[in-house]
Ligand binder design. Sequence first.
Ligand code: ATP
Ligand code: MG
Length: 384
Amino acid sequence: MDISKKSTTFAGENVLETEDYEKSRNEKSRNMENPFKFGTIVEEQYFTDRKEEVDYIRTFLDSPNHLVLISPRRFGKSSVVAKAVKLSGREYIQVNLQQITSVSDLSAQLLRELFRIRPIERLRHFITHFRVIPTITSNPITGMIDVSFQPSQSTNTILEDVMMLLENAYSEDNRLIVILDEFQEILEIAPALDKQLRAIMQQQTHINYILLGSQESMMTDIFEKKKSPFYHFGALMRLKKLPREDFYNYLSERLQASYHEQYHSLANRILDFTDCHPYYSQQLAAHIWQIGQLQPETKDVFTAAIQEIVTTHSLDYERLWMHFSRTSKWILQRLASNTPFNSSEYKQSTIYSALKKMQHEGYVIYTDRYEIEDPFFKQWLLRA
Ligand SMILES: Nc1ncnc2c1ncn2[C@@H]1O[C@H](COP(=O)(O)OP(=O)(O)OP(=O)(O)O)[C@@H](O)[C@H]1O
Ligand SMILES: [Mg+2]
């Protein structure tokens, strides 16, 4: 009788203990924020290194010159520019050309951004001189201003008026910073928009432009080809991956609390796997950290994290794989396994043009060599 009572109590307590443990573990991970961040602009404690780049951009902003910043996707362009601009304390506006559908849309977005930093009242006298008057509405709930132009023939006039407003609202002593992201899209928005923009920018002296782009070959063509309107428009800066030593310190410091013994080797293994890619390193570290919080009993946490990420994306990878040509598949397999491109089957010129196409599409990047952009896709290829 006693024994059965004891065992019931014991079993009951055990269940309670397990539940409490689960609860406290979940609470712990809810309360503690993941110290790694990926996918958006990183600032403050999530931002590491880039000291030289930030200084360089800042000195640029002190001059009347413009800056062109190129890197493959997710290397940290927006983050490094955001940091430098913030430190400068200057007023800035920012438009991503990937989200722009027409010239009047570009004009409206530039104007809307300006209203974000300058009250309309201070700009009203400029706007009354516009040749096409915009519709300006204010959302009473969000307080956001919306701007649109009636569809009209005179889109060139609209853009010119808005761009000259940006110029006239500032001065040589107080220049506005205009950041145009994914600038290579200028070639897609409307024919000859590059020519028109350049002609207007030529007249401006109260603006520092920072033009960002991730399509290496298009950006290089825009700024390095003699016949391009933007030929030598600004200084060209190429952002590299993060330096290993600094990134290693960043990762290991943050992993230390959960992985007292393994944090050194984990940081090293992450950087070996991602080859110091800013986004993928943060993504993998975030996953490893989360496993440490939710499944601390996991044996090989590094392999488990990679497996989880690859499995999550495997359907996308399968679809992606089907979209590649036979030559591209052959190249990707060689890149994944680090095998040279020696072939009697494919001509060197065929290999080169397939590589260029994949680079243009962002699947392959060129740093000091060609490599697969996404290390998890590479891992999927090695397992397939
Ligand atoms: N200085 C940094 N320190 C730590 N992580 C960084 C840094 N810069 C970038 N990252 C990582 O890379 C991710 C992408 O950064 P960001 O959006 O600035 O890059 P991007 O080049 O502008 O990307 P996109 O090509 O998508 O516009 C960030 O979310 C972060 O995880
Ligand atoms: Mg960006």
